[in-house]
Design a protein around this ligand. Structure first.
Ligand code: UT7
Length: 343
């Protein structure tokens, strides 16, 4: 069988128009622009208007990705959707998007890898394509998190961090001419390598408890009163794990592909905290201008962060054909991972 490679043909993004500044949040809780900027780098984020669903937010991102790829959504033979904030508890947004996009009755696979959604999704799409099980895959990462945040003093540690946003990718199978696969040593476009990891002992360090089967009654008045319906995090534990795991997985992938940090054209990291990204960048030995950050404008949009960065980097001319690109993420689960791509 002829070898195939996975090429990202188009990437798009969509963020809500409503801008919420740090000062806006300070009207609801004891916080300040100074505290949020100093601890995280975030200056503002976007919140949807009430009623906008996660699949709704994704639609313009899919449209943009498809236009840039020169295809229609119905030309895709699979959907992979990553979110922690779906329209319904079940089913996932994959099937909802299939219908809204008027796609054929293709497989719709929903992924729960939280902030690592793009990385797990890209690795999965690449595996399907290499196995000959998909020719053109739509990967959608979308989050509407504003309704689950607690905009009060009790919820302030989480509420200031997150925002809403969506990104989408069209990933296409291309033949490997003369059997030559994408690598850090040639100019063949495509996904070169991916690595992922998880550690469920950290599940309760960053989670949203209810509704869920650990709650007797699934969702109770007590869940509402105690705040179990809002996300909780041990920020310091997550911070330390994020730096350690992101560094570890990036080093593994760079070493096994013979790439020195200086050879990477662009790092597209998850956007949880500017200090996390700075620490990882410094330890990896990559210069500042080769790391794309936009957390200042959008906060943490969980699975959507990396595709939004990708799409903006393309628009700004910072991500060009032939570039060697590293994605990198850590999130709830814990999950983490990276993809090495010849763009
Ligand atoms: O995307 C998934 C992965 N997520 C992450 O990677 C996030 C990882 N963690 C972090 O980014 C940081 O830990 C935070 C930004 C969440 C917090 O920064 P920190 O420097 O670790 O602060 P802290 O949690 O140690 O809190 C310091 C103080 C506390 O007060 P005391 O106990 O020192 O008096 C908090 O009560 O800041 C207080 N605080 C706030 N003050 C103003 C917590 N939230 C706020 C707030 N505004 N919003």
């Amino acid at each position: 069988m002829e070898k195939t490679r996975s090429v990202i043909r188009g990437v798009g993004h969509n963020v809500p128009t409503q801008v919420v500044t740090n000062n806006d949040l300070a009207k609801f809780m004891d916080t300040s622009d100074e505290w949020i900027v100093e601890r995280t780098g975030i200056r503002e984020r976007r919140f949807v208007e009430p009623g906008t669903t996660t699949s709704d937010l994704a639609l313009p991102a899919v449209q943009m990705a498809c236009e840039r790829a020169g295809v229609e959504p119905r030309d895709c033979d699979m959907i992979i959707a990553a979110t922690l904030s779906p329209d319904y508890f079940f089913p996932g947004i994959g099937t909802v998007l299939q219908s809204k996009l008027a796609m054929n009755h293709v497989p719709a696979l929903d992924l729960r890898a939280q902030c690592s959604g793009l990385i797990y999704g890209l690795a999965t799409a690449d595996a399907y394509i290499r196995a000959g099980m998909g020719k053109r895959i739509l990967l959608v990462c979308s989050e509407v998190q504003s309704p689950i945040l607690e905009l009060s003093n009790r919820g302030r540690d989480m509420a200031v961090l997150f925002g809403d946003g969506a990104g989408a990718l069209v990933i296409e199978a291309q033949p490997c001419l003369n059997g030559e696969t994408p690598s850090s040593k040639n100019s063949v476009r495509g996904i070169i390598d991916s690595a992922m990891g998880s550690d469920g002992s950290g599940a309760q360090q960053l989670f949203l408890k209810a509704p869920g089967s650990t709650t007797k009654g699934f969702l109770t008045q007590e869940s509402l009163d105690s705040g179990d319906i809002h996300p909780k995090m041990d920020g310091r534990v997550v911070f330390k794990n994020a730096v350690t795991r992101m560094l570890e997985v990036a080093t593994t992938v760079l070493e096994r592909n013979g790439v020195s940090p200086g050879e990477i054209d662009l790092v597209l990291p998850h956007q949880a905290n500017l200090r996390i990204n700075d620490a990882v960048r410094e330890k990896l030995g990559v210069s500042q201008e080769r790391v794309f950050n936009n957390i200042q404008k959008y906060g943490n949009t969980t699975a959507a962060t990396i595709p939004i960065c990708m799409s903006e980097a393309v628009e700004q001319g910072k991500l060009k054909e032939g570039n060697l690109v590293l994605t990198l993420a850590f999130g709830a689960g814990f999950t983490w991972g990276c993809n090495l791509i010849r763009w």
